[in-house]
Design a protein around this ligand. Structure first.
Ligand code: F6P
Length: 602
């Protein structure tokens, strides 16, 4: 501990410098010890387990060079890095209407050159190539990773296991187009002869978050509003009965279509919710009504049929589509086409496809997903910032961060390399976010003066819903965007104690009002938020996550980490069944779980 009273200048962890003139504080200022970023939690490897041997990315020269380089970068404040226009200019990029400015990242041209070398060492180009060519890069599940094929043009060729999958994709898209047209036009009628005007999509995780994000983004777009023609699309994800009740509140089973969306068709929550809505329909309209009021999206068509849904009313997708990457399959395309019509959804697919081409062909120094992915690796693995805030200044993107949470955290939250070697560094990042300016009145305090969290600011030039107040020059959208432009500079530059003293801020408040700055962000500007741009945004983030995983050397396409909780829940469920039916006591759990379960049953 050093006393500030001594009048010496100390620099605490965030580079906040305290001027000698500041003498009024009577407390001891703690100088935090250097933070140690390590792997946690560690697991013991039994000697019997044969360890794979492969070179980890952290053992390569470019990784070591970045480790050395980061020490230099840490000495330079972002407000100094932001000084000249040349560096800023080199950290801006335009593609297909999008404008990316990453000049507020803590780095310079040398950093970018070194990150590109890291990409080479990670064989990033080859790995992207393998993804597009359908190799089984999801090796732990022995599957291709071909979600890019879901939005490929009709004449494209993309193969998995020697079969061009694009015609299969378009067969399903054509079927969706035809079916959604029947529903929307009223030529498909329900059991009582009425047209189906509302849809409830039942699914969870990747079978829910992506479609919800896209639907929420389009819901206020004027073209989409015109296409929706007053129809309603709702989602039922949580097995919580509250969600069940909310999803069907005010709906009439006679005019409702239920779409059960599940890749496996075994997910406990989805199947229970599907059975609940099946009962809701059959109780109201008779069991034969299910055929007219329930359809499904799945890779497991046998289970769909077993559930009682006509296989003709099932929309397939394939095991080379990961759940969290499935929004461009029937998982998203069917509910969205029912709501907005297929032609609008096709625009969304085209936006994603534009980024797919860019990702696969643009040189890395001009490649948006590659640059974003490399910068994420820089922030997490070298600067030691484990989280990222996704901050769209656009209310229609309110479900974007929740979707990216799954895409990113389920993909890269891993502790071993793709070859099964425990990682000596942390991979993955913690994603969270809220639209601005709401977030500003919530967690931005921490972002400005607490922990350093790299931020993605996403802004839209043209609002979906311009509101002009008579006599006001600055519109609502201008007001919103004023904040979008201001926040990155507030984070980068901060505000020094000298500035505050110059403003005659009382001594005892100076440190409370000081902003250390030097907090990285990037700004992505979209021309507008229509179906096409939403597709672009989705694909940028999907590929960025893949880039991070490719560089860290992990398998971003499996999700073994969700299994343990699921199997323990099934043991609990069995016990609850026994207790409810026979009054059996709870057995087989530790003291804590037994007590909690007993209390619950009481
Ligand atoms: O939560 C794990 C998970 O397997 C996700 O990966 C997936 O998106 C979700 O469950 C839903 O799975 P399904 O589509 O098979 O019902």
């Amino acid at each position: 501990n050093l006393s500030v009273r001594e009048g010496i200048e100390i620099v605490i962890s965030l580079g906040m410098s305290i001027p000698p003139i500041l003498t009024a504080v009577d407390a001891q200022a703690a100088v935090p010890a250097t933070r140690v970023v390590g792997r946690s939690p560690k697991f013991a490897i039994p000697p019997i387990l044969k360890m794979a041997s492969s070179t980890l990315i952290c053992e390569t020269q470019p990784w070591k060079a970045l480790k050395a380089h980061v020490e230099d970068i840490k000495k330079t404040h972002l407000r100094d890095l932001m000084g000249g226009s040349e560096r800023c200019k080199s950290m801006m990029l335009e593609f297909d209407g999008l404008f990316l400015d990453y000049s507020r990242q803590c780095g310079n041209q040398d950093t970018m050159a070194k990150l590109l070398k890291l990409a080479e060492a990670a064989h990033l180009k080859e790995k992207i190539g393998k993804m597009y060519s359908g190799e089984h890069i999801n090796s732990t599940e022995d599957r291709s990773v071909l979600h890019v094929a879901l939005r490929a043009p009709r004449d494209a060729v993309m193969s998995s296991d020697g079969i061009n999958v694009v015609p299969e994709v378009w067969k399903v898209l054509d079927k969706i187009n035809e079916f959604s047209e029947k529903i929307r036009s009223g030529s498909w009628i329900g059991a009582t002869g009425k047209a189906l005007k509302d849809v409830v999509a039942v699914g969870i995780g990747g079978s829910f978050l992506g479609p919800l994000f896209v639907h929420t983004a389009l819901q206020t777009d004027s073209e989409a509003v015109a296409c929706a023609k007053g129809r309603q699309l709702r989602f039922l994800a949580n097995v919580d009965p509250v969600d069940v009740v909310k999803s069907i509140a005010g709906l009439n089973p006679e005019t409702t279509l239920v779409v059960v969306v599940s890749k496996t068709f075994t997910t406990a929550e989805t199947m229970l919710n599907a059975r609940t809505l099946r009962e809701w329909i059959s109780d109201a309209l008779g069991p034969q009504a299910v055929a007219k009021h329930m359809v499904a999206v799945s890779t497991n068509l046998a289970l769909v049929e077993q559930f009682g849904i006509d296989p003709n009313n099932a929309f397939a997708f394939w095991d080379w589509v990961g759940g969290r990457y499935s929004v461009c399959s029937a998982v998203g395309v069917l509910p969205l086409s029912l709501q907005y019509g297929f032609p609008l959804v096709e625009k969304f697919l085209k936006g994603a496809s534009s980024i797919d081409k860019h990702f696969n062909s643009a040189p890395f120094e001009k490649n948006i997903p590659v640059l974003l992915g490399l910068l994420s690796v820089w922030n997490v693995s070298f600067l030691g910032y484990p989280a990222r805030a996704i901050l769209p200044y656009c209310q229609a993107l309110e479900k974007f961060a929740p979707h990216i949470q799954q895409v990113s955290m389920e993909s890269n939250g891993k502790g071993v390399s793709i070859d099964g070697v425990p990682l000596p560094f942390e991979a993955g990042e913690i994603d969270f976010g809220e639209p601005g300016t709401n977030g500003q009145h919530s967690f931005y305090q921490l972002i400005h003066q607490g922990r350093v969290i790299p931020c993605d600011f996403i802004g839209v030039v043209k609002s979906q819903q311009p509101v002009y107040l008579k006599g006001e020059v600055v519109s609502n959208h201008d007001e919103l965007m004023s904040n979008f432009f201001a926040q990155p500079d507030a984070l980068a530059y901060g505000k020094t104690a000298e500035q505050l003293l110059g403003e005659k801020v009382p001594q005892h408040l100076v440190l409370h009002k000081t902003f250390s700055g030097n907090r990285p962000s990037l700004s992505l500007l979209l021309p507008s938020l229509n179906a096409y741009n939403v597709g672009q945004l989705l694909a940028i983030y999907e590929h960025r996550v893949a880039v991070e995983g490719f560089v860290w050397g992990i398998n971003s396409f499996d999700q073994w980490g969700v299994e343990l909780g699921k199997s323990l829940a099934s043991q609990v469920r069995k016990q609850l069944n026994k207790a409810r039916t026979n009054g059996d006591p709870v057995v087989g759990f530790n003291y804590s779980t037994t007590t909690l379960l007993t209390k619950y049953l009481e």
